[in-house]
Design a protein around this ligand. Structure first.
Ligand SMILES: *Cc1c(COP(=O)(O)O)cnc(C)c1O
Length: 255
């Protein structure tokens, strides 16, 4: 049987990872260039969810220094088992309040803050541990029920409450675009996040005003629309064996 053309490259050696990282970095720089921005303005956050620890070690050897994980349990296990490596952990998925203690213990960044109960729980645990945490507020820019994140109209009131939580350092906003091959609909989501960021920044509510948007399928579009952080998994680590609907109920792999 002929091999299917691979949408994402394999990554089974340090050299594979180095090549994939270089390729993504080059596309980041090119997209930034199209938008008249320096590529150095865009941080690449490699997303290692579902990737076994042996392969994560290869990626770290190839240069990954921060890793994004969307499930707290999985992130915590990897943090423990890879404690000998010099990496920091970014939790990019929904947080159940009962897991706040774990995130406060090991994460350096949390990108999916969207409710005050989580903010309160994180802040309490962080204060107890004498730590602080960089946070991004997740916004639902696609109006899909299946996505987490605040509705856009609730963002500003939410941001106004966050100074109560001194251990949380607000860095910016995060979103997932609609799952569709239609680039213009994807772009609309990213534009909305940027507009919201501009409004929040005018009110001095969003720290440096970072924009975490864009994944393997759409990071170039996100950069054209102002992304300062892109969260890229499959283009670095290879295709995930399971459909995205596993992570985001209702999502299809339509792009
Ligand atoms: C998995 C995930 C990504 C990366 O998706 P890829 O398709 O692997 O690039 C980005 N952001 C979030 C929140 C994720 O869960």
């Amino acid at each position: 049987m002929p091999d299917e053309p691979q949408r994402y490259p394999k990554a089974e050696s340090v050299a594979d990872f180095a090549r994939n990282l270089d390729a993504v970095r080059a596309r980041i720089d090119a997209a930034a260039g199209r938008a008249g921005r320096p590529g150095a303005e865009v941080r690449l956050l490699p997303v290692s969810k579902t990737v076994p620890e042996e392969r994560i070690r290869l990626a770290v050897e190839a240069g990954c220094r921060t890793l994004g994980e969307n499930k707290v349990q999985e992130a915590k296990r990897k943090w423990q088992n890879l404690a000998d490596l010099d990496v920091s952990w970014s939790v990019i998925g929904h947080l159940q309040t009962n897991k706040a203690k774990d995130v406060a213990a090991f994460a350096d960044e949390f990108q999916a803050l969207d409710n005050l109960r989580a903010a309160e729980a994180l802040d309490r645990r962080l204060q107890a541990a004498g730590r602080s945490l960089d946070v991004f507020v997740q916004v639902n820019t696609s109006a899909e029920d299946s996505k987490y994140g605040l509705p856009p109209e609730e963002l500003i009131p939410f941001l106004k409450r966050l100074p109560e939580y001194a251990a949380l350092n607000v860095q910016g906003l995060m979103t997932l675009a609609v799952f569709t091959p239609d680039t213009e609909r994807v772009r609309t989501c990213f534009r909305l996040l940027r507009t919201l960021r501009d409004q929040a920044r005018d009110l001095d509510l969003v720290g440096p005003g970072e924009l975490s948007m864009g994944m393997s399928g759409d990071y170039e579009t996100a950069i054209e629309e102002g992304a300062t952080v892109v969260r890229v998994g499959q283009a670095i680590f290879g295709a995930r064996p399971v459909a995205d609907g596993h992570y985001w109920p209702g999502a299809t792999n339509g792009r």
